[in-house]
Design a protein around this ligand. Structure first.
Ligand SMILES: Nc1ncnc2c1ncn2[C@@H]1O[C@H](COP(=O)(O)OP(=O)(O)OP(=O)(O)O)[C@@H](O)[C@H]1O
Ligand SMILES: [Mg+2]
Length: 325
């Protein structure tokens, strides 16, 4: 990516400290997000995709959550990590908007969709309610909600799951955010609606030039949408590369395993499908001191069990955290 950097995350670590123990959920991740870039974030359940992204806006429960180290420099030069929750209010939804997996949690059930959509907009742009409603209608229309004008008067419960997801995307776009964080927004939807939403995201990127962080455990979906992919494991980024480079030339044994377990659409290839990775990810109750993948890795050597590799560049813009590649 040669575009301007819009968000630069350095050495971000997040832990949860509770009375019965700690969870080291994110362990020193660094990456840049560029203008107009779609960054896919992939990895198994529990690897820290949600926590690492939501921590940027302090949308995790703190305490018990705590940002232990790191910075996240936004394009205006401010470090989001250093801002108070009150200061972050000016960024949430306006500069950086979030689309959650479950829209029910994002909407207020006792307020109409229209009123919720225009709330931040009126304040942000200082315009009239009427103008705000017009923009809300335009975006509902753009996201494929029929009869947008009347549906703005509906409550969230009157929308179907797919419609609610579209409405949440429309709402996220109201303030023209520079960054859209989409946390598995299509996982709960059926395949047809899923692909419509993905097409919609591509249109949005074209119309608004928004940078998108797309979190998913579905490598197929990410392949069709992302420019760059970060593969996460045990709260670390273990590999990062341009999407084609990552899929055609994976270097980390974990990425290779993930790609090996992609269901194939090629019938001849059926034998090979779903070759899953044996074993389980580590329990994150301690700070990471050795390669977290070593116990599941067929290529692991002694060095992997005694130290933790850091992410470093191999060929141009292809980064990997492994002692053996
Ligand atoms: N509020 C919390 N208190 C304690 N631990 C938490 C909390 N929220 C998340 N965690 C832990 O942090 C780790 C990372 O969780 P996270 O939700 O980021 O995973 P994920 O990659 O988004 O997984 P999924 O694909 O299932 O959504 C997990 O071990 C999880 O149990
Ligand atoms: Mg998650």
């Amino acid at each position: 990516m040669t575009n301007k950097i819009i968000l630069s995350v350095k050495d971000l670590s997040v832990a949860f400290h509770k009375r019965d123990g700690s969870t080291y959920a994110v362990n020193g991740i660094s990456y840049d997000l560029h203008e107009g870039e779609t960054l896919g974030i992939v990895g198994e359940s529990g690897c820290g995709k949600t926590v690492s992204s939501m921590a940027l806006l302090k949308l995790i429960s703190m305490p018990p959550g705590k940002i232990e180290t790191g910075s996240a420099i936004y394009k205006d030069g401010k470090d989001l990590v250093a801002l108070s929750s009150k200061e972050l209010r000016l960024y949430r939804g306006r500069e950086i908007a979030v689309i959650f997996q479950d829209p029910m949690t994002a909407f207020n059930q006792v307020m109409t969709i229209g009123d919720q959509m225009i709330e931040g907009y009126v304040e942000h742009f200082g315009c009239t309610r009427k103008d705000a409603l017009k923009e809300a209608e335009r975006l509902m229309d753009l996201t494929g909600i029929p009869a947008a004008k009347t549906r703005l008067k509906d409550y969230p419960s009157q929308f179907s799951g797919g419609m609610r997801q579209r409405a949440m995307i429309a709402m996220a776009l109201m303030c023209k955010p520079s960054i859209l964080i989409a946390d598995e927004p299509t996982t709960a939807l059926d395949v047809t609606i899923q692909s419509q939403i993905l097409d919609l995201m591509k249109d949005i990127r074209k119309e608004f030039g928004t940078s998108i962080m797309w979190i998913s455990h579905d490598l197929g979906v990410v392949a069709g949408l992302a420019d760059t992919v970060n593969v996460m494991y045990a709260g670390m980024i273990v590999e990062s590369a341009d999407v084609d480079e990552l899929y055609y030339n994976p270097l980390h044994p974990y990425t290779k395993g993930l790609l090996g377990s992609l269901p194939s659409t090629d019938i001849d290839n059926d034998q090979k499908r779903l070759k899953s990775i044996g074993g389980y990810p580590p329990i994150l109750s301690k700070k990471i001191e050795k390669c977290p993948f070593a116990d599941r890795c067929s290529e692991a050597t002694d060095i992997c069990r005694h130290g933790c590799p850091s992410l470093s560049e191999r060929t141009g813009q292809h980064y990997v955290a492994c002692f053996n590649v």
